[in-house]
Design a protein around this ligand. Structure first.
Ligand code: EPZ
Length: 422
């Protein structure tokens, strides 16, 4: 088990390049299994979740090969559309195999993902969508069995909550269903749009992604294509927050600024200088910070385009040194404050009451041994370590590696004193 060691108090400067979006990759790769022929998915992030999916695909009989940041996925030869518990317990997003396999094979078996470190995370809306498309489902021994022997038929589906996972999973199944499907109250995250664009490349007809209503006309003849996924707006937001926290002048390149409007607005409200630009071929964000205590602001997480829940934990580290008191409301997940005890060990003054965290800014944080409990809590601890006086060691780096490619190399290239120890 590896750990990160960070000696804080150093400003960051230079340029960091953002990798492909994790939450697009873990949906588009399963979608590639729906095509009757190989696809090449480009701009994949070099993260554990992508490697896990490659392993699952290979065990299902698909042919997978990496070519740099691209993966060639040939689904021909795939036999058993099942993702067993050992796989799903390692990667929640394996549940996208439900929508992908149900449409291709007419049946699928996916282990029910247990809850995780940020909440119960049921998949009732996913199941409701599959049943609306004509599937029969049953749960037995922790496995969800779904079958649609006569194929899937388009339907009108209303999502009680604008769930990202349910929206995407239903899109995958509907792309192979007979007729028209309409998803109302759909999620609008950038990766939902990215999956829709990929499905259109394969030959489905998906309209309205990025709005509340998505219409999908399915096709039984989806053919493999090459596709480059979007940059990861959560990784980009994390580095913007890190630059604000450590102080300095950082350019974050290979981003889509409109995907970052909520975090840009919050950082500017806190007093940081955030600008966007393009050098002709790609967009970049620039964050300039004097590293002093920021203005305390309130945060409410909301579905896109609201403030993203995935950046609630990283930005809380920055708020821990605010010049006042911040109120954070986590509206998406019921238990997403596991970073708080470790931040308090470092000197933060944060109290949690249900979905509300009250962050009283303190003069400074001091480094000490802490441990990551989930992916974004780990990112929050890295940011706290960059700000803290002294040395911070972060255990369970494997949580961080799930969603951030080469985090210590990227931060070291910006001047951070950070290393990974076995
Ligand atoms: C996706 O999770 C992301 N994961 C999460 O990122 C992200 O935090 C979340 O969307 C919100 O943006 C991937 O894309 C792989 P939801 P997902 O369905 O799909 C409830 C990260 O750090 N819900 O929008 O699970 C659910 O419990 C990860 O990169 C139901 O009740 O999010 C939660 O409270 C963490 N029933 C809320 O909706 C359902 O059937 C939002 O969940 C589905 C969800």
């Amino acid at each position: 088990m590896e750990k990160l060691v960070i000696r804080g108090g150093r400003p960051l400067s230079g340029t960091v390049s953002i990798s492909g979006a994790k939450n697009a990759a873990v949906a588009i790769l399963p979608a590639a299994l729906m095509a009757h022929g190989p696809s090449v998915i480009e701009n994949l992030p070099d993260i554990e979740d992508v490697h896990l999916l490659a392993d699952i695909f290979t065990r299902m009989g698909a042919h997978v090969e990496f070519e740099g940041e691209s993966m060639r996925v040939d689904p021909n030869g795939m036999v058993n559309p099942r993702a067993d518990f050992s796989q799903v317990s390692r990667l929640r997003a394996s549940y996208y195999l439900l929508g992908a396999m149900l449409g291709r094979f007419g049946h699928a078996e996916v282990a029910l993902p247990g809850g995780c470190d940020i909440g119960l995370r049921p998949i009732d809306l996913h199941i409701k969508g599959m049943e609306a498309l004509g599937a029969v489902t049953r749960k037995e021994g922790g496995i969800l069995y779904a079958s649609a022997p006569n194929g899937l038929r388009g339907a009108d589906i209303y999502l009680d909550f604008a769930s990202v996972g349910a929206t995407i999973n239903i899109m995958l199944a509907a792309a192979q269903a007979e007729g028209l499907t309409e998803i109302s109250n759909a999620a609008k995250e950038p990766h939902v749009v990215d999956v829709a664009n990929f499905l259109n490349c394969l030959g489905a007809s998906v309209k309205g992604a990025g709005t509340d209503v998505i219409r999908i006309r399915g096709s039984k003849h989806l053919s493999g294509r090459s596709y480059a996924i979007i940059p990861d707006q959560i990784e980009a937001g994390t580095y913007m927050i890190a630059a604000a926290a450590a102080g300095g002048d950082v350019v974050i390149r290979n981003v889509i600024p409109t995907h970052l409007e909520a975090v840009t607005a919050k950082l500017m409200e806190m007093g940081f200088q955030v600008t966007e630009g393009d050098n002709g071929s790609e967009f970049f964000m620039r964050v300039v910070s004097d590293g002093k205590r920021p203005r305390s602001v309130n945060i409410k997480t909301l579905p896109y385009p609201g403030f993203p829940t995935d950046l609630q934990q990283p930005i809380m580290s920055l708020l821990a040194r605010g010049r006042g008191t911040s109120e954070v409301v986590e509206n998406i997940f019921e238990d997403r404050y596991k970073q708080v005890p470790n931040l308090c060990r470092m000197g933060a003054d944060i109290s949690v009451n249900g979905r509300v965290a009250t962050v009283k800014g303190t003069e400074e944080l001091s480094g000490c041994p802490v441990a990551a409990t989930d992916l974004r809590a780990g990112a929050a601890l890295v940011i706290a370590g960059l700000m803290a006086r002294g040395t911070t060691t972060i255990d369970h780096v494997e949580y961080i590696d799930r969603g951030y490619a080469h985090i210590e190399a990227k931060l070291r290239s910006l001047g951070a004193d950070i290393e990974r120890l076995p």
